[in-house]
Design a protein around this ligand. Structure first.
Ligand code: DER
Length: 223
């Protein structure tokens, strides 16, 4: 359908930035999946890259396409990462974490020289916040962080999976938090960064080098 076509168009445009012998971060989600499929073809045709997955799900998918993986702790930088987003603005501010991979995605993004975000046109927003903000917390801090979210005028809901709390790759919980439309994402991000036990939130500010949006039968790039 239209969205899937736009995801694929964005992914195909993004992989043009992947060069021989690079260290490549692999995103998580249904848009990033198209990147893994494309890179699988390029590896089959002789592309030599070493990849770092942002989730166990992505690691399994990449392995199924014979994409070589390496341990993030064996590198001190990543050349290029291609990842999705739940929302993005023209200033390249993002909400991520819909797929639950936000902590590893943020660490990989922070290590990456060129973080490329790919998305279908439905992800573009004027203001972040229609999509609830994923917040990853250690279980020990669940109640404490919930209270901190309330004090920041948010409304948090523990993410569930089959009637049990969803667990991230790190065995942490996610609180999907509604702060309404967020006037100043940077200010909210800085407040969230102070909360003990909150290990990651989905506001990615200043991390994206480029956003490639599939729209109709072409792409639009936000630099
Ligand atoms: O969880 C994540 O951060 C994913 O990248 C998500 O934001 C995008 O997932 P999608 O490509 O399936 O919409």
């Amino acid at each position: 359908d239209q969205k899937e076509l736009e995801k694929e168009l964005a992914a195909k445009e993004a992989v043009k930035s992947v060069k021989q012998s690079q260290i490549v971060g692999l995103g998580t989600g249904s848009t990033a999946k198209y990147v893994i499929i494309e890179l699988g073809k390029m590896v089959k045709d002789g592309l030599k890259i070493q990849c770092i997955p942002t989730s166990t799900k992505t690691a399994e998918l990449a392995t199924s396409y014979n994409i070589p993986l390496i341990d993030i702790n064996t590198v001190n930088h990543i050349d290029v990462t291609i990842d999705g987003a739940d929302e993005f603005t023209k200033e390249k501010m993002l909400i991520k974490g819909g797929g639950g991979a936000l902590l590893r995605e943020k660490i990989v993004a922070s290590l990456t020289k060129e973080e490329i975000i790919i998305a279908d046109a439905s992800k573009k927003v004027d203001k972040l916040g229609k999509f609830t903000l994923p917040i990853e917390v250690i279980p020990f801090a669940l109640n404490y962080v919930q209270h901190q979210i309330v004090s920041l005028q948010g409304k948090g809901k523990l993410r569930m999976n089959n009637n049990k709390p969803f667990l991230t790759d790190q065995q942490n919980y996610i609180i999907d938090s509604d702060f309404g439309l967020i006037d100043n994402p940077r200010v909210l991000a800085e407040k969230l960064n102070q909360i003990e036990g909150l290990v990651a939130h989905g506001l990615f500010i200043g991390l994206a080098a480029r956003v490639i949006m599939g729209v109709g039968d072409s792409v639009q790039v936000f630099n």
